[in-house]
Design a protein around this ligand. Structure first.
Ligand SMILES: O=C(O)CCC(=O)C(=O)O
Length: 288
């Protein structure tokens, strides 16, 4: 399967990603991939993994759901991860010598669901640590800007360590509990309540577009759907050169520490193994 654009990432895209922490690439994922992933999402929703969560159900029964790390069970996901263009795109954006796949995350909302994901950063929840990370928010349906994921431009370079949202409070699931209040972290800024003070960016997006962001970026939103609009997002997360395994005492979400231990990964290790495969290596280094 091919991509729509021949040049996946331009020098401008690389500069924007480094400076702003997010870049929205238009029409880099071909329609064959989108069609195949939509089929994957349908079978995933019919047969959710043990990691699936209901984030929100309103009085009209409109829902927001999440699942993750399902790529090994769903052939369409697996093929996209291992053969699709994201590994090269993210490797080039990060300027990395090689890229390992971390995990997939699936976000679905039924038509009209209003639930907005609270502003947060991803990397402080992860079982790894590093700056060279990419998360890719890839809608499989058209998304109006008012329903797309929003980003606080440049926040990936802020040095403050914030208390993060406890998503476990939303799901009520004890496996998701993360307590970021017990150490020296400062309260998370009230971005929603003071939007004009922050440089918030988002885009109208079509299938084939992907918003790629550093996992330290503050991001949230993506609810607020019109009554006739649903949302299906396939997100993949990618790790570059400086990332190392890190288990966090305060908790992790998703918590990979157990599976990492089971494949022999320990804190301080470079990421690897079949669970976190190296999918792309810079061609000029591939011979070495
Ligand atoms: O789409 C959403 O509601 C949340 C997305 C998100 O937080 C992410 O991709 O990291």
């Amino acid at each position: 399967m091919s991509s729509v654009r021949s040049e996946l990432v331009s020098d401008d895209d690389i500069e924007t990603f480094s400076r702003d922490g997010v870049v929205c690439l238009q029409q880099v994922i071909g329609p064959e991939w989108i069609e195949s992933l939509r089929a994957g999402v349908a079978s995933n929703m019919a047969n959710p993994s043990p990691r699936a969560r209901l984030w929100n159900r309103d009085a009209q029964g409109r829902e927001s759901r999440y699942d993750s790390q399902v790529w090994q069970d769903i052939p369409e996901y697996r093929r996209f991860v291992l053969e699709g263009p994201m590994a090269e795109i993210t490797g080039r954006l990060m300027g990395s010598s090689a890229v390992n796949f971390f995990f997939d995350a699936i976000f679905t909302r039924t038509p009209g669901n209003q639930f907005r994901t609270p502003f947060h950063q991803d990397e402080p929840y992860w079982s790894v640590e590093g700056f060279d990370t990419c998360s890719s928010w890839m809608p499989l349906v058209s998304v109006e800007r008012c329903s797309a994921l929003e980003f606080v431009r440049g926040s990936h370079r802020w040095t403050e360590r914030y208390q993060q949202t406890n998503f476990g409070a939303m799901t009520g699931d004890e496996r998701d509990q993360v307590d970021f209040t017990s150490d020296d972290r400062v309260p998370f800024p009230d971005i929603e309540g003071d939007r004009d003070s922050f440089d918030i960016v988002s885009w109208d997006m079509e299938p084939g577009d992907v918003a790629i962001f550093n996992a330290r970026m503050i991001h949230g939103g993506s609810g607020n759907l019109a009554p006739d609009r649903d949302l299906q997002v396939f997100n993949t997360q990618w790790l570059g050169d400086d990332v190392r395994v890190r288990f966090r005492e305060e908790g992790m979400d998703p918590d990979h520490s157990q599976v990492m231990r089971s494949v022999g990964l320990a804190p301080g290790d470079r990421i690897g193994t079949d669970l976190y495969p190296q999918v792309w290596k810079r061609p000029e280094l591939a011979a070495h």
